[in-house]
Design a binder for this molecule. Structure first.
Ligand code: ASP
Length: 441
């Protein structure tokens, strides 16, 4: 008999936005006995222009803190949940919970407490609908008093609690600190809870159910019908996520990566689609293309510095970077030539401080030339396949040259997992399309 794989399944807000979505989620869970631990988000948007419950809760908190009419916003939230209870004929009532939350708003609760109630209430409903045990995340996910997640205590306590459970629903997004106060992760943080539960239960797979069938090789707003990514490594994903590709909360990767648990991104509205599998190593999986994906980000500036014999001037780079550190400016990339050095920074980091920055660097290293070029966009071409394939960089550059796209900067990390190029903003879409077509079409 085939072994049943132990799965932690996290469902995002759109997967649990209304009763119809709850039914789909139940079908998915019941189709596989391995789907034992379920992490729900709060109800998301049912249609474009609809409200996410988390946003309504934050609005309630804000209006109550300002002394406004928060009751009417809270009534909308109650109705969202009551609608689901009615339509699914659930045997549970949230009346007492609503009373408690209303009392907390009246007394002036924290933002974190307010935001967390979306997942908390949804977890109660889902547990009732599935016939699973409900476990309050505040009793198994811990933060220290500075608000930092405490992975050691969480893993110990949660592991112990869930060991004796056949199946359970643990709401995502929040936990508590030593004072018993509710603390949330950053927005989208239910992904993190899912990863933490996967680690604590030593799951075989962490399934992350959302409303798309995994990652695409490029942004569909730029490339028409981009191909899906079937398999991606954690490191490749990190490179793409840094560049703005998003489906999964970035911090959700670390707990499962540490435990070597693969993540499978799946689509609640199309459960038979294979989705994207995120794994530690891919030796056993062949990729169809040399590149895995392309992502890009706008809003960078290049600080270009030129000085004859820069290469032999000891400590040159260190001095330049010390100016950035003193001014609290983070740098993103550092491509350099023999007598030139360029520093890529976010435009927002230097806004209004360009003159100060230039004069400080000039005073310290007396360059022959120094300027700042704004409106730079970065494009990352990511792929584990590039390590083994000669000529990938050449194909990237050649294809762009053929299209008349000027490359302002090139950076290839020593990992050979990615090539990052800088182009001017008006070339951004064209460059992404050109590279995609070169490798995929
Ligand atoms: N409900 C929270 C949010 O909207 C957390 C989540 O959905 O993951 O950010």
């Amino acid at each position: 008999m085939e072994k049943v794989l132990k799965k932690v399944v996290k469902f995002g807000g759109s997967s649990l936005a209304d009763a119809g979505q709850f039914r789909k989620v139940k079908d998915i869970i019941m189709a596989d006995p391995g789907r034992r631990f379920v992490v729900p988000s709060a109800p998301g948007k049912r249609f474009s222009g609809d409200d996410k419950v988390t946003d309504l809760l934050l609005a309630t908190q804000m209006v109550s803190a300002e002394g406004g009419d928060w009751q009417s916003i809270f009534a909308k939230i109650e109705e969202r949940y009551n609608g689901i209870i009615r339509e699914l004929s659930l045997s549970v009532s949230l009346k007492d919970e609503f009373d408690k939350i209303r009392a907390a708003f009246a007394k002036g609760c924290t933002k974190d407490y307010a935001a967390s109630r979306g997942e908390y209430l949804n977890g109660i409903l889902l547990a009732n609908f599935l016939g699973y045990e409900f476990i309050d995340a505040a009793s198994v996910v811990f933060f220290d008093n500075e608000g930092n997640f405490d992975p050691v205590k969480t893993n110990r306590v949660m592991g112990h609690v869930l060991e004796s459970c056949d199946n359970a629903v643990i709401p995502g997004f929040f936990g508590s600190n030593a004072k018993g106060e509710v603390i949330t992760f950053s927005r989208g943080g239910s992904d993190i809870t899912g990863a933490i539960v996967a680690r604590a239960t030593t799951a075989d797979i962490y399934e992350n159910w959302t409303d798309v069938s995994g990652f695409l090789m490029a942004d569909p707003r730029i490339v028409k019908d981009p191909k899906p990514i079937n398999i991606i490594t954690y490191r490749e994903l990190r490179e793409l996520a840094y560049m703005g590709a998003s489906v999964l909360h970035e911090d959700a990767i670390f707990p499962v990566k540490m435990a070597g648990i693969p993540i499978n991104i799946k689509n609640t509205n199309d459960p038979s689609a294979s989705g994207t599998r995120i794994v530690a190593h891919t030796e056993q999986y062949q990729n169809e293309y040399i590149i895995t994906g392309i992502a890009g980000k706008k809003g960078f500036a290049l600080i270009n510095i030129e000085k004859d014999m820069m290469n032999s001037e000891l400590g040159f780079g260190m001095k330049v970077l010390s100016v950035l550190a003193d001014m609290g400016i983070n740098f993103e990339h550092l491509p350099s030539g023999i007598d030139t050095m360029s520093i890529v920074v976010a435009e927002s980091a230097i806004k209004g401080r360009e003159r100060e920055l230039l004069s400080k660097i000039s005073a310290l290293v007396s360059p022959d030339n120094i300027d700042i070029e704004k409106g730079i966009t970065l494009i990352a071409v990511v792929g584990r396949g590039m390590i083994r394939t000669q000529g990938t960089a050449c194909r990237v550059f050649d294809s762009l040259a053929r299209e008349g796209i000027n490359i302002r900067m090139i950076d290839q990390g020593s990992s050979e997992l990615n090539i990052i190029i800088g182009v001017e903003e008006h070339d951004f879409d064209g460059a992404i399309r050109t590279i995609y077509n070169e490798f995929v079409s």
